[in-house]
Design a protein around this ligand. Sequence first.
Ligand SMILES: [Zn+2]
Length: 265
Amino acid sequence: MRYIEPHANMVSRTTADYQAIAMAGCEALCEPAFWAGYDRASAQGFYDYYRQLTITEPARAAKFGIPHFCWLCINPKEAEDPVFAREVMSLIPEFIDKPNVLGIGEIGLNKNTKNELQIFEEHVEIAKKYDQAILIHTPHLEDKLKGTKLIVDALNNAGVDRNRVIIDHVEEHTAGHVLDNGYWAGMTLYPESKCSPARAIDILETFGMENIWMNSACDWGVSDPLAVIKCALEMKKRDHSAQTVDKVIFENPRTFLEQCPNFKI
Ligand SMILES: [Zn+2]
């Protein structure tokens, strides 16, 4: 089955994962700048990380025939100190023109603090200045609905092109708010937390198949790089047509990502 993995943290994964993803039919893989499981000690740590995302990881993916793309930012979990965050953000212009960069992400909120929101808004301004698409992380568990509303309000106030913004990790109680405001929605499939395949398909059946994608967000924790394809098989079991499955796992992400000039498959 052909599919696009729109959110995978491959710096944390093995070559065996790349092989499995390639064999499962992955046509393109996108990697947001994220929290790597530890707080980086200096802005230089992010400089090296951006080099990894724009040079090393595309070369590793190419060995398995997979086009690799990335997003740039300082993730919300490390953005609580605005001075540090701005030092990292000042590195972004040097990398923004690299051939595999899709835009700014995953920015967003972690604990919904004032500082996080300030840095989120400054990232949005960078995206506007460089005419970039935006990928957004929403907080987990009890903070999710409040964080999603704060993010949507900030985006509405900033006057971004809503078609070029995707808000990720939506669940039953946040998908409607994101879609009703004209933004794209992403669902993250995790074995232990976030959405199970069954929940993700319930959300699709509730809110429709438009402007929504699914991703594995596989990383350094318990996660499954084949989660999207496993969810697609689950959709087939529920009698969704091959055309509908293809729309959700291939056509939708392609439609969103083709708005990024560097995205080609
Ligand atoms: Zn995230």
